[in-house]
Design a protein around this ligand. Structure first.
Ligand code: N2P
Length: 364
């Protein structure tokens, strides 16, 4: 009798135990598109047994609205510096327990210092890669259209109406990112790229509206393949993406010379950082993943694939020679001196940028 009663309870406990211990550990990672090596996630899964659900975005504005709405289910996300600062003011991230990140010591103190402007005392985020926002173009096509002797060193290439009008024949793409295009245009107009004056943004919007008819599309990731395939010939985009475009063209057997330019007037420099949203269900797995990404060999392998410089001081020996010696990936001092950061803006200016952007896009 006694045995009969205890038996089903025992089975039940055994089943519950087996179920929890056999349940695969999980991690939900939301990353920029084209921003990791093809084998990074697979290697991490093999090493740890943690199953990774991987999803991508190509816009800070999209990531931000998801995070602000809450309950995303993401355990690790990757905002860009000024968006991170704004999100930190909204208290949406967990402070990092550095004891769980023994590889944190590999980070370059120089980059941690830069990140402090956005994440004071580096409490919440880990710098991953950095970039500039410049112009990528198919050299032959641009020269064909603008002439062999055209000087390819200025934002005039796109912001001068005569030039962009001609280039529109072969296709022009702009990032769909008001947070980056407005500061870029303000800087071109000789204004503070982080201006707090509403009038400056109206002026930038006027310029954009004037050239709007010649912009084939606004999109923040499509330009990589389109440039490689010859569907466009010039784009405003993020530095590493253009080397990915050049690789795609080469792999497709095309003899194309895709160049990246930080124009003489200057360009934006941004850092992307890894952070764990509050309420993440798999924070232990998130720590394991962050610590994995901080391994010099792992992060070097990523840089070798995506052509963005990372923030890890011990990764250099593992970088491919043509990556570390490429001045467009690891820029020399005179180029670095032309780069300027974007600061966190007031909500008023943020709203103005978004409003003007909608108008520019619709062409009115
Ligand atoms: C990669 C995008 C780079 C990150 N496609 C932009 N902050």
């Amino acid at each position: 009798m006694f045995q009969l009663k205890i038996y089903p309870i025992f089975i039940l406990f055994l089943l519950i135990f087996l179920n929890t211990s056999l349940q695969a550990k999980q991690l939900n990672f939301y990353n920029w598109s084209d921003y990791i090596a093809p084998d990074t996630i697979k290697n991490f899964q093999q090493k740890t047994g943690i199953n990774v659900t991987y999803d991508v975005f190509d816009s800070n504005e999209v990531l931000d609205s998801k995070l602000m709405a809450g309950n995303t289910g993401f355990d690790v996300v990757m905002p860009t510096d000024s968006f991170l600062a704004r999100q930190l003011h909204a208290h949406i991230y967990m402070p990092l327990d550095k004891d769980k990140l023994p590889n944190y010591e590999h980070l370059d103190p120089k980059f941690l210092k830069m990140m402090e402007k956005f994440d004071p005392k580096n409490l919440y985020a880990i710098p991953y890669m950095w970039q500039s926002t410049g112009i990528g173009f198919d050299v032959d096509k641009v020269k064909q259209i603008l002439g062999e002797n055209v000087s390819l060193d200025s934002w005039d290439l796109l912001f001068n109406e005569e030039n962009i009008k001609k280039l529109s024949q072969c296709g022009v793409a702009f990032l769909d990112a008001p947070s980056e295009i407005f500061p870029t245009v303000l800087n071109y107009l000789g204004k503070d790229p982080n201006s707090k004056q509403a009038n400056d943004y109206y002026e930038a919007a006027n310029l954009l509206t004037k050239i709007r008819p010649y912009i084939t599309y606004f999109h923040s990731s499509k330009y990589i393949n389109d440039l490689a395939d010859g569907d466009i010939c010039v784009a405003i985009g993020w530095s590493g993406d253009f080397f990915q475009a050049a690789r795609a063209a080469k792999n497709a057997g095309q003899k194309k010379s895709i160049h990246y330019l930080v124009p003489k007037e200057g360009a934006i420099i941004t850092f992307d950082a890894l952070a764990i949203p509050n309420g993440a269900k798999n924070s232990e797995e998130a720590y394991q993943f962050l610590n994995y990404l901080l391994e010099p060999k792992v992060i070097a392998n990523i840089t070798n694939h995506i052509f963005y410089p990372n923030a890890n001081k011990d990764a250099k020996p593992y970088l491919d020679n043509d990556v570390i010696t490429n001045p467009a990936i690891y820029p020399p001092e005179d180029v670095l001196a032309r780069l300027f950061p974007i600061k966190e803006q007031s909500p008023k200016i943020d709203r103005l940028m978004v409003r003007l952007w909608t108008k520019v896009l619709s062409g009115f």
